[in-house]
Design a protein around this ligand. Structure first.
Ligand SMILES: [Zn+2]
Length: 527
């Protein structure tokens, strides 16, 4: 069974799937793994007939801790302030930084991927008093919390430490305060200049009620409090949080021992490495999700995450042949789902993988699977040849007019191929056909290669191959007849048309050029 279906089959009763994110910084492609995975679980639950709710929490009470995202004059004032109280970047109409950020990620990445969770704002849960019972429990049982930190994670807290972060009444920061002395209704706190290295507290001291949005729980407690409040039954997390004694273990123990709630089921997932680097969070360099989304349409981006099991690392290097290969593999799975015979081994439940890769729940999977999908490499080639009518050559390739669905796929792929050529394509995929004159490189061809080109010219003149596949077959057939190794046959073609020794699939190349020009050039190169 496909892993998400397997998970769905092992649950009973209504399910609440939760995922969350601190709204700071750009969303990197690796951090999409979590949300795509939770979406697939939600869809699998519904497909299995379960009631399922998919929640996405925005941790907007977290402290702003990234200078790079603020204008220079705002750094001193807002570093350490709750994200819900940091103004949106200049030019944005959003009421605050967190709302701006979520609007961005939603419209740029979630919506195109067909992911539609119910968003909630942690600052609102606090402000409405919904998390107050958990805040009180955490403070009443602070000794248990300290004990869990020590026992589960070997983190020692001083005996006056309280699991609460107060918003300073003087400077409005939350990352800089240290609270002590819970008396059942208020805590004492100090806003310290040097509690953290990345923000400066103002030195204010006071007492305040930690309820009603004036304070937040530290991250591990907040996580567990959300599970209790929202009744979360399934929430996966990245491998970095799921290690023994790590964050997840700590939150699980807090959930059970402090809040007395059974924690949700975990689905630990591995990282996506971009060009060998770990990409699990919004920090650090690497490929921004919206940049990768320019070269990978939604279905292929979902496919990238859903093809391996959650426990498998994904190595994704957008350079080289990675992207064309991902398209080719997607097309192979589509063809298999449509019942066509394909080469190579297929993953288990490939048809479920295909269905979950389509963005959104409602699809005619059979129609999507059997649609004509132009090979990515072929499109990238056509885009570089002046005067080619892409829709026309794709109809020739298919041998019938394109349906509306196929036209949409073609349009989407054309945009992707164009973006790929501009960004990640290797040199070998970038070509320039030498229309004006026979390249010098062709004069270095030997007698065997020249004889091959002459024979291919006659065969093409007689048979008039129309499609890339027909050309490719003819190229191989004539090479076989002349007992010329395929590599040398292709080398001769690349020399004659591109003036170099390598290139994209030769059948596609010749099919995209004027037939008279091809025959003429073959004869010229043959001497
Ligand atoms: Zn302060």
């Amino acid at each position: 069974m496909y892993w998400a279906d397997e998970l769905a089959a092992s649950t009973a009763g209504p399910q609440v799937v939760n995922d969350s994110k601190s709204p700071s910084g750009t969303v990197h492609v690796g951090s999409l793994r979590g949300v795509v995975l939770h979406d697939a679980i939600h869809r699998a639950l519904r497909a299995a007939g379960h009631e399922s709710t998919f929640l996405y929490g925005v941790d907007d009470m977290d402290a702003m801790d990234s200078q790079a995202l603020l204008t220079a004059d705002a750094v001193d004032r807002y570093m350490g302030a709750p994200l819900s109280r940091v103004p949106a970047p200049p030019g944005s109409s959003a009421p605050n930084y967190a709302r701006h950020f979520v609007g961005e990620i939603f419209f740029r990445t979630f919506e195109p991927l067909g992911i539609k969770p119910e968003f909630y704002w942690v600052s609102e849960l606090y402000a409405e008093g919904k998390l107050d019972p958990y805040v009180k429990l955490a403070l009443d049982r602070a000794d248990r919390v300290r004990d869990i930190y020590k026992r589960v994670s070997h983190v020692e807290r001083t005996s006056d430490w309280l699991p609460i972060q107060v918003i300073c009444e003087s400077c409005g920061k939350i990352g800089t305060t240290y609270a002590t002395d819970w008396d059942g209704s208020t805590v004492a706190y100090r806003c310290l200049p040097d509690l953290v290295s990345w923000a400066n507290g103002c030195g204010h001291e006071g007492r305040v009620s930690p309820l009603g949005g004036r304070a937040k729980l530290p991250w591990n407690l907040e996580w567990a409090a959300k599970w209790g409040l929202l009744g979360v039954t399934i929430e996966g997390c990245g491998k970095d949080l799921a290690t023994a004694g790590g964050s997840r273990d700590r939150s699980d123990a807090i959930s059970r021992e402090v809040f007395e709630v059974e924690p949700p089921r975990n689905v630990a997932y591995e990282f996506l490495n971009v060009g060998g680097r770990k990409m699990s969070t919004s920090r650090g360099q690497g490929a921004a999700a919206h940049t990768i989304a320019e070269v990978l349409p939604p279905a292929q981006l979902r496919f990238l995450f859903l093809r391996p099991r959650p426990s498998q690392v994904i190595d994704f290097d957008p350079e080289g042949d990675t992207i064309p290969r991902l398209f080719d593999e997607f097309d192979r799975i589509a063809a298999a789902t449509a019942g066509r015979e394909v080469k190579g081994e297929l993953p288990a439940e490939y048809d479920r993988l295909f269905a979950y890769s389509l963005p959104g729940e409602i699809h005619d999977v059979a129609a999507e699977a059997s649609a004509f999908r132009p090979a990515f490499g072929h499109l990238a080639l056509l885009l570089q040849i002046p005067g080619v009518d892409i829709a026309e050559s794709m109809e020739a390739e298919k041998g019938a007019p394109l349906t509306d669905l196929e036209k949409a796929v073609l349009e989407e792929r054309t945009a992707s191929a164009r973006a790929w050529l501009e960004s990640y394509a290797p040199e070998r995929a970038r070509i320039s056909v030498r229309h004006e004159a026979l390249p010098d490189e062709a004069s270095a061809l030997d007698a065997g290669q020249k004889g091959y080109l002459a024979a291919l010219a006659s065969a093409a003149d007689a048979e008039k191959p129309g499609s890339g596949d027909a050309w490719q077959a003819l190229i191989f057939r004539v090479a076989g007849e002349r007992e010329l190794a395929a590599g040398r046959a292709f080398g001769a073609l690349y020399a004659a048309f591109l003036g170099r020794s390598n290139g994209p699939r030769a059948g596609w190349l010749l099919a995209s050029l004027e037939p008279e020009f091809v025959v003429e050039r073959l004869r010229a190169a043959a001497g």
